[in-house]
Design a protein around this ligand. Structure first.
Ligand SMILES: [Zn+2]
Length: 697
């Protein structure tokens, strides 16, 4: 979209505007902001900090506030909806949005190819294959370079006008250079999606507000399109892939960009216009066998993608040939969807168990008739809380649709009320703890019922299980089953008891040979030296997850520093809010917890922040990223090596990156990094050399 010279010029203007705000002129400022939006949301390669972007954005708002007549529809400020959508008007598509025929195996594809070749009277046809994004379809119209309308798919003939909501999606430009390409009006199609990361983050947010999580990224995306308040849409961090040009009105006497003669070319065209099109993901192939091979590769690789796809779309590449092939009454004859195996299934909700967590929260867990989805058998799914049960309309004995999206935890999508026989029963929530019989309490601000007895055996077992878990102290040979067993036998009563276990008695238990006792002993012993952030996380302080634990550990020298820290001091730490700060202070003033910490210290656990002292700092200020499969090191070990020397791990390629370490089968990150001259690309072996040479120097 932007060439090198343009990028350099825009960067220079950016710097100039930041240094001398008085030199800002409105027209150029809009261009600069549009450029940085593109870099951030489409290319994923930010060239300025969020703070710098915000300064320029505020400058724009100030100029526009002083003279509202200068606000143009393509101004970056116009993304922020300031009015609610009252209702959504129904509008016609310029060209109907047809659904594609589905195929599920190689035979279907071969059949499709044979029919297409016969009807075109050709020996071979070139196809363009691209991911089938699992989101919500949209259609956009741009006229005289401006986005004038966005609508839902609707019934394919008419959709709903959702322009205000679509403007919240930053990877959709408000203005594109159409006139320069000979086009007056264009209708394009695409899919609004939520990345897996955005989906997880959003669900985390819902959970922290005691709201029920959403079932899958697709529902989250499609539900967003028709929201009344555009600000809520903005909060969901939606993204959009644009992959189809359905209509073009040329400017009389001008030549339309020749890229628009093939489907693959139109993906390039859309990319050049500033859209996120599957330009890099597409494959243009001349044999159906290549399509079939690509389908097989994509089916196994789908979990690696940052977003959900549910198949591939195969289109005849030549647009003139598409026209010639035409359509049946239902489907175009020039395209077919190849669908991956479904990850949804129906099963029966047989009964509900109530589990008590380490904070006393009582969670209903649906026990299902076991069913296989995407290679995994699912027999139990958390159904969170009472409100969730009401919202999903769940009854005992119901047939339910469940879904497992990628590496996301399976969820119940909804019950199928039409299959009810009348024998279904209401799910009864207990009034007392199913383990210790204490009356359950529900605070008005919360959705969950809690057992408030801190000596509740279920809570103790869960707290110990959390303490030893993989991301906490990582005591490998002490699983939940063993913890329960030791607890019931009176061998383990609380967390410090892990370090005073009577191994002689354990050795006499059934199933415990000398070897397993030795393994257990050594993994317990090793855990004493775990870094401080793991211990902080392991303590199970409410609202303190792994990231927060790392932040806290990096700002203190000794665990006991936290007994003297104030909420105000904690609020200065990155990403720590009032709720978290108050929970931390409360924890470190609780005599029971202080006693436990005292015991753990006496037992010899590491309570000091050693990493930042031990850092030799040879990589301080340098940013690293690993891509592809490493053959000699585990990814997590390699990252730890960087961090131990003061370096940082970035999550994506940007101009801030100093080193990209490339393993086998590296993909798009490598391609991206090659375009930024300042990034040094090295092999795993070179990386090991770099780290080792530094430690000897
Ligand atoms: Zn209890």
């Amino acid at each position: 979209m932007y060439d090198k010279a343009q990028i350099q010029a825009l960067q220079q203007t950016t710097k100039q505007f930041l240094a001398t705000p008085l030199s800002i002129d409105l027209t150029t400022l809009k261009k600069v902001l549009q450029f940085h939006e593109y870099q951030y949301y489409v290319v994923n390669e930010s060239l300025i900090s969020d703070y710098e972007y915000d300064q320029l954005y505020q400058a724009l708002l100030a100029i526009e506030a002083s003279d509202p007549s200068c606000i143009t529809p393509d101004s970056p400020s116009q993304r922020v909806g300031n009015s609610l959508n009252s209702n959504f008007e129904t509008v016609p598509h310029l060209v109907p949005m047809l659904s594609l025929e589905n195929s599920y195996n190689a035979e279907d594809l071969i059949d499709f190819d044979r029919k297409a070749r016969e009807s075109a009277n050709l020996d071979a046809i070139t196809y363009c294959v691209e991911p089938k994004f699992d989101g919500a379809s949209i259609s956009l119209i741009y006229e005289n370079d401006l986005l004038i309308r966005a609508c839902t798919r609707g019934d394919g003939v008419e959709g709903e006008d959702i322009t205000n909501n679509i403007k919240q999606i930053r990877s959709i430009p408000l203005q594109i250079p159409l006139a320069a390409n000979g086009i007056q009006q264009i209708e394009i199609r695409g899919e609004v999606i939520m990345t897996k990361k955005a989906f997880d983050d959003f669900n985390e947010k819902l959970k922290s507000k005691n709201q029920s999580p959403l079932a899958n990224p697709r529902n989250a995306a499609s539900g967003s399109l028709r929201m009344k308040d555009p600000k809520e849409v903005a909060e969901r961090n939606l993204d959009a892939f644009i992959y189809h040009v359905s209509y073009i009105l040329p400017i009389p006497g001008k030549t339309v960009n020749p890229l628009l003669k093939t489907h693959g070319g139109s993906l390039d065209f859309l990319w050049n216009m500033g859209f996120r099109s599957p330009q890099k993901e597409k494959q243009v192939v001349t044999k159906m066998q290549d399509v079939i091979d690509y389908c097989a590769i994509a089916a196994t690789g789908r979990d690696e993608l940052p977003y959900e796809i549910d198949g591939l779309v195969v289109k005849v590449n030549d647009l003139a040939l598409q026209e010639k092939l035409g359509m049946t009454s239902h489907h175009p004859r020039w395209a077919i969807a190849y669908k991956f195996k479904a990850r949804q299934a129906t099963t029966v909700l047989e009964h509900v168990e109530f589990q008590v967590g380490r904070t006393g929260a009582v969670t209903p867990v649906a026990k299902l008739k076991p069913v296989a989805i995407g290679g995994v058998t699912v027999s139990s799914i958390s159904i969170h809380n009472e409100e969730y049960i009401i919202e999903k309309d769940l009854l005992l004995g119901d047939t339910v649709i469940i879904e497992r999206a990628g590496d996301v935890i399976p969820q119940i999508v909804h019950s199928i009320a039409s299959l009810r026989t009348g024998n279904e029963k209401k799910i009864q929530f207990p009034t007392h703890c199913p383990v210790c019989a204490t009356a359950l309490v529900k605070e008005s601000t919360e959705a969950v019922w809690r057992c408030t007895n801190i000596n509740c055996s279920a809570q103790i077992v869960e707290r110990i299980a959390h303490f030893v878990s993989k991301d906490a102290m990582d005591i490998k040979n002490l699983g939940e089953a063993n913890i329960k067993k030791f607890f019931e036998l009176g061998l383990l009563k609380a967390i410090p008891g892990i370090y005073t276990l009577d191994f002689e008695k354990i050795g006499q238990l059934e199933g415990f040979g000398q070897k397993s006792v030795d393994n257990l002993t050594s993994s317990i012993e090793v855990s004493k030296q775990q870094p401080l952030h793991r211990l902080i996380y392991a303590l199970g302080i409410r609202f303190v997850g792994e990231t927060t634990a790392k932040t806290i550990a990096s700002r203190i020298n000794h665990l006991l520093d936290l007994t003297r820290i104030t909420e105000e001091q904690l609020l200065e730490f990155e990403d720590i809010g009032v709720k978290v700060a108050s929970s931390i202070v409360q924890f470190f003033h609780d005599p029971n917890q202080l006693n436990m910490i005292e015991s753990l210290m006496q037992l010899g656990l590491n309570v000091e922040q050693t990493t930042h002292q031990a850092t030799d700092g040879s990589l301080t200020g340098l940013n690293f990223l690993f891509t592809g499969t490493l053959t000699q090191l585990k990814r997590s070990d390699a990252e730890a090596m960087v961090e131990a020397k003061g370096g940082h791990i970035l999550s994506g390629v940007s101009s801030k990156l100093n080193y990209l370490i490339v393993g086998e089968d590296a993909g798009s990150k490598l391609e991206k990094a090659k375009k930024i001259a300042s990034i040094k690309i090295m092999t795993e072996a070179e990386f090991i050399d770099l780290v080792n040479s530094d430690s000897t120097s």
